[in-house]
Every structure is written in C-alpha cells, then in structure tokens.
Design a binder for this molecule. Structure first.
Ligand code: S3P
Length: 188
C-alpha cells in the first residue's frame, strides 16, 4: 500500500497519502497546506493534531510532561493517521523530530509517500529567528548557539530523513508555490 499516484491499491481503493519531513523552520506546514489545496485533499499538521488530542500546546506538553511524553503522543497520532484507510487522501506535515523513532521511520517509509524538505542551517536559523512560534527544543538558543544546535540536529537526523523519503527537495530560495510547482514537475 503506497503511492500518491495511485500505483497501488489497498482493498480496491486508491490510497494517496503524502508526508512532509524535515527540520524545524523548513516550511513543512506551509508547503503541506498549499499541496493539499492543489490536490483538493485534507491537510493535517501533526503538531496541531497532537495539541488537539492532548488538549495542550506543544510547549505545554514539553514543559509539563517532558519530551518523552511528547514523542509517545507523536507516535500514537502518526500511527493512527497511518491507519486511516479507504478513500482518504491526505497531506501530512510532521514535526522535525518525527524521525527520532524507528517505529515512525518505518511508518513513514511504508505507509506514506514521504518528501524531505531540506535547507541549510543558516537559512533555517534565519527563518526561525523571524518566526514567533515557540519551539521547545530551540528556546534556549540564539544566534551562534542556535546555528550550532541546528547543525547538531541536522547531523543527527539527516540520514533518517534520507532513509524515509522518496524525494528530497532543496527549498532554499524557493517560495512555497515554487516548492509545490517543483514537486508537481517531479510527478508526485
Ligand atoms: C520538533 C519539531 C517541532 C515539534 C516539537 C519537536 C523537533 O515541529 O514537533 O517542538 O524535534 O524537531 P516543527 O518541525 O513543525 O517545528
């Protein structure tokens, strides 16, 4: 069961599910929303889904329950969304750390058409500094320390993103629409 283009069939029904992965600040939610509009399908932001499920914001979950509890919730929600069958078509924007878990990596590889949105650390740092979102894993870092933190996360996760993704897109210098057009040209 896989394939946005419907090359495979699950129980006689075409299943089309795209997941976007990549580090914080790379634009997974914006690109995901725009892609879902092009394909006229539903869009789910995994962090928002977790927040609705837990009835708490992501920073609150990290603060009150810790990162391990957040990762458990993240896995539960990804698992649930991966099990959605039938004619449901979906674009999913994941959180940057979804690839930390081997179970999640296996879901992303086997149940989704996964796309890695990639950018260099400097671009990510500039975007993150302009953005007002609270990111628990980056909160304590600024300027040079933020760049070093992102470099560490990048080297830790790079191979995992590569492993789960069928397509990697360099988004530096591209607008959201240009990323979408690029993906469409790739034939996803
Ligand atoms: C995280 C990324 C965040 C969010 C959480 C942890 C990470 O999502 O899931 O703060 O581990 O990289 P975004 O990548 O959407 O910012």
């Amino acid at each position: 069961m896989i394939g946005w283009k419907g090359e495979c069939v699950n129980g006689g029904v075409l299943v089309r599910k795209i997941a976007l992965v990549g580090l914080m600040g790379v634009g997974k939610s914006s690109v995901g929303r725009a892609l879902s509009q092009v394909f006229r399908c539903s869009f789910v932001d995994l962090d928002n889904d977790i927040e609705a499920f837990a009835n708490k914001s992501i920073p609150q979950i990290f603060r009150e329950d810790g990162e391990t509890a957040f990762r458990t919730l993240e896995h539960q929600r990804l698992q649930t969304l991966s099990e959605v069958r039938g004619d449901v078509e979906m674009v999913l924007a994941t959180g940057g750390g979804v690839v930390e878990s081997p179970e999640n990596r296996s879901l992303l590889q086997n149940e989704w058409y996964t796309i890695w949105l990639d950018a260099d650390v400097e671009t990510l740092a500039e975007r993150i500094q302009r953005d007002s979102s609270v990111r628990p894993l980056l909160q304590a870092y600024q300027d040079l320390a933020l760049r070093q933190r992102l470099r560490d996360l990048y080297s830790r996760r790079e191979l995992w993103y590569k492993h789960v993704a069928r397509v990697r897109v360099q988004v530096v210098d591209l607008t959201v629409d240009e990323v979408v057009q690029h993906l469409l040209r790739l034939g996803i």
